[in-house]
Design a protein around this ligand. Structure first.
Ligand code: MN
Length: 212
């Protein structure tokens, strides 16, 4: 089930002894995505931004009913500052995990069929995602998500928003916060989106879809 994937997403970063979340490691070397996403970007994006979200999340849950709760449940049951930090922690792990230094550039299997049927092909889907990412004002995320029946949709969320709270299953996420691309591309968001596609591994996205 896709839900199972969502729930498993952050199990690895909790420790049973402290109920605290730990910074999830990158699944590749910190310089492995160069020249598309630089080591310096990942040092800030993973080592500073994600680390700060996880640290703040841990501070906020201590002594509350959220302590010991799976991260996905915290995201779906919280609001305000706790929601912002919990959702950003969940989404950034999901984000970093979708990249590979040697990415598969095309979807396969059931996901390819669904994309062809719903969008007319991978290039059309990417154009639609790019348009959403360029049009999103300010900070946020653009997602490809699936419902319980496997139907695909493109979702834009502001700030820390996530389709998890709508009962949808995220498949991929484009980080439209300036911190995702400013070091490498300054204000040129389109350049950041181009780099995103250069390292996005469609094999990982296809597997996420297969687990429904
Ligand atoms: Mn980010």
């Amino acid at each position: 089930m896709l839900l199972l994937i969502n729930i498993l997403q952050f199990v690895m970063i909790t420790t049973s002894t402290t109920n605290q979340f730990e910074l999830p490691p990158l699944p590749y070397d910190i310089a492995a995505l160069e020249p598309h996403i630089s080591e310096q970007t990942l040092r800030y994006h993973h080592g500073k931004h994600l680390a700060a979200y996880v640290k703040r999340l841990n501070e906020l849950i201590i002594g509350t009913r959220f302590e010991g709760m799976p991260l996905e449940e915290i995201v779906c049951q919280s609001d305000g500052t706790l929601f912002n930090n919990a959702a950003q922690a969940w989404t950034h792990k999901f984000y970093f995990d979708q990249f590979s230094p040697r990415p598969t550039t095309q979807p396969s299997g059931a996901l390819k069929e669904a994309i062809d049927e719903h969008y007319g092909g991978i290039e059309q889907l990417k154009e639609s995602l790019n348009s959403e990412a360029l049009a999103l004002f300010g900070s946020g995320w653009v997602w490809l998500a699936a419902d319980d029946d496997g139907n695909l949709s493109i979702v834009s969320t502001a700030n820390a928003g996530t389709p998890l709270t709508e009962g949808l299953h995220p498949l991929l996420a484009i980080d439209v916060w300036e911190h995702a691309y400013y070091i490498d591309h300054r204000n040129a968001r389109a350049g950041g989106i181009k780099s995103f596609w250069a390292v996005l591994d469609w094999d990982i996205i296809s597997q996420r879809y297969n687990n429904q």
